[in-house]
Design a protein around this ligand. Structure first.
Ligand SMILES: Cc1cc2nc3c(=O)[nH]c(=O)nc-3n(C[C@H](O)[C@H](O)[C@H](O)COP(=O)(O)O)c2cc1C
Length: 200
């Protein structure tokens, strides 16, 4: 049997949201999940709204008139110091919101220095409709599959009909939804504890 290693400082989970709007349900759901993490974890939302669209010239030393944006640098540092990453995202036009896909691309470069490599990840998708952001979730998994990221398996978190369980204050009053997310959060925490990359 494998026992979880112990750590002398909190395990740091970077939270990335697939929505930029102020009253985002993604942000509210991420807050609920963060609160459900067991002791020994800390979370921080890594904002992605200010990331310029990915342009490989920035990472090309031969291109001298396009220096690396400091927003890329800060984003990459934030992820490089994380023990795990939690994505909470809606679905836009049946796929990953552009802001989130851009962040995945920014983190993936330069070649050989991807911040995603081996980083344990969990995905929670949601939508006002009944499919729970299924396509965004699966497309995000597909993009991340390139980086050997350990990921939570079952149950997968597709939260459908958000209007029926998320109240105006961003709370989840329904016990069944709370139970489901608590189970999911525990499996995510176990994954981060067991698989945090050695470099961190
Ligand atoms: C451009 C755009 C495209 C959308 N496409 C979908 C979609 O394909 N499927 C879906 O279930 N909801 C879709 N929605 C609805 C969002 O999932 C819903 O507004 C969600 O609450 C947004 O997430 P947020 O509250 O975190 O901002 C779309 C919304 C926008 C703005």
């Amino acid at each position: 049997m494998t026992s979880a290693p112990t750590y002398d400082r909190p395990l740091h989970v970077a939270v990335i949201l697939g929505s930029l709007r102020r009253r985002s349900r993604s942000r509210a759901i991420a807050r609920v999940v963060a609160d459900m993490l067991p002791p020994g974890f800390e979370t921080e939302v890594v904002e992605i709204g200010g990331l310029p669209l990915y342009d490989a010239d920035y990472d090309d030393p031969a291109v001298e008139d396009k220096p690396l944006p400091e927003q890329y640098q800060r984003f990459r540092w934030a992820l490089a110091g994380a023990n795990g990453v939690l994505f909470v995202t809606p679905e836009n036009n049946h796929t990953v919101p552009a802001c989130l896909k851009n962040a995945v691309d920014v983190g993936s470069k330069p070649n050989g220095e991807s911040v995603w490599l081996d980083l344990p990840a969990g995905i929670v998708s949601h939508s006002v409709g009944r499919m729970g952001g299924y396509s965004a979730h699966k497309n995000l998994r597909l993009a991340l599959s390139y980086f050997d990221m350990p990921m939570t398996g079952q149950p997968e978190a597709f939260l459908g009909s958000t209007g029926s369980f998320l109240d105006e204050e961003g709370n989840l009053p329904r016990p069944d939804t709370q139970r489901f997310l608590a189970t999911w959060t525990q499996s995510f925490a176990d994954l981060v504890r067991l698989r945090t990359p050695r470099r961190r």
